[in-house]
Ligand binder design. Structure first.
Ligand SMILES: [Cu+2]
Length: 141
């Protein structure tokens, strides 16, 4: 079992390393590496990942209107295909922002947020973008 965990940890780090290439943000790797794999059991120790992307072109929208994740560490993997800067913020039902990715244009960025079960909102924080439709619902179970 120890060997399997080590292999898994290496695989998770490799994936995070690839994902981090665009953003150059090392904070997320540190967080993931220090998360004990044993506490989350069946989840595999890496928490869950939510993919959020923008359509190519210039529509102020995300490809996803709804997303879901498991309670625990939730990594938002954001792929902005547009030359316009966007980000993804996650807020609770009171509107409090719990975490957000870096602003990126034509690139990727990610952020890890620890979430309990409930309904959250994700949106772009660039002024006017949320109002134009860059928002969705994140359901955590
Ligand atoms: Cu935006």
């Amino acid at each position: 079992m120890r060997r399997a965990s080590a292999v898994l940890a290496v695989a998770v780090l490799a994936v995070l390393g690839l994902a981090a290439c665009g953003g150059g943000d090392n904070d997320n790797e540190t967080t993931a590496a220090s998360t004990p794999a044993t506490t989350t059991g069946a989840a595999g120790g890496g928490g869950s990942t939510v993919d959020i992307s923008t359509p190519s072109g210039s529509d102020l929208a995300f490809d996803q209107k709804d997303a879901s994740a498991m309670a625990g560490n939730v990594t938002i993997d954001f792929d902005n295909k547009q030359p316009l800067q966007h980000d993804v913020a996650v807020a609770d039902s009171s509107g409090k922002v719990l975490g957000q990715t870096d602003l990126v244009s034509s690139g990727t960025s990610n952020a890890t947020v620890n979430l309990t079960a409930g309904t959250y909102t994700f949106y772009c924080t660039v002024p006017g973008h949320r109002e134009a439709g860059m928002e969705g619902t994140l359901t955590v179970k």
